[in-house]
Design a protein around this ligand. Structure first.
Ligand SMILES: Nc1nc2c([nH]c(=O)n2[C@@H]2O[C@H](COP(=O)(O)OP(=O)(O)OP(=O)(O)O)[C@@H](O)[C@H]2O)c(=O)[nH]1
Ligand SMILES: [Mg+2]
Length: 131
């Protein structure tokens, strides 16, 4: 039985556009675009995990995150449970500290970027205008 890895990821919105990050080469799903975030550490809530990850990866603080979707996905090498939260930047300007590249995009533009299969339900929801 493979362990389920819990992940918190931010659907960060500003004036209708969303912040997407390109994963560095060489890591799991390297080179793909994603919603910034990462693995929950022991003793953390998912919200705390999200705050920490967005600080580490983007150098920003976010306001209160709102649960958006939970997606469980089985990759051949791991099972992830992705907890997506909608949020806004409260302090700081996003910079690519721990990712290859950042972009602010409208939902209709997301089709032009390659995301992990686990992210497809979230992208579909954003494209349908769900907030
Ligand atoms: N952050 C993030 N991870 C995703 C998304 N979609 C998706 O399948 N994942 C997977 O969920 C896992 C999250 O791990 P991560 O690599 O971001 O974790 P992390 O920031 O803690 O990195 P680290 O393990 O290098 O410390 C990875 O296996 C990643 O491929 C997404 O939209 N955002
Ligand atoms: Mg990460």
């Amino acid at each position: 039985m493979m362990k389920v890895i819990e992940v918190a990821a931010g659907i960060i919105v500003l004036e209708g556009r969303y912040l997407i990050a390109r994963r560095k080469a060489g890591v799991h799903l390297g080179g793909l675009w994603e919603f910034p975030g990462g693995k929950r550490e022991p003793g953390e809530t998912l919200e705390e995990c999200l705050q920490r990850e967005l600080w580490e990866e983007l150098n920003v603080r976010i306001g209160h995150p709102t649960p958006f979707q939970i997606v469980r996905h089985e990759y051949p090498e791991k099972i992830v449970e992705l907890h997506f939260f909608r949020c806004r930047i409260e302090a700081g300007v996003a910079i690519a500290l721990d990712c290859a590249e950042l972009r602010w995009v409208y939902p209709h533009e997301m089709a032009a970027f390659e995301f992990p299969p686990a992210d497809q339900p979230v992208i579909a929801a954003l494209q349908q205008g769900k907030v």
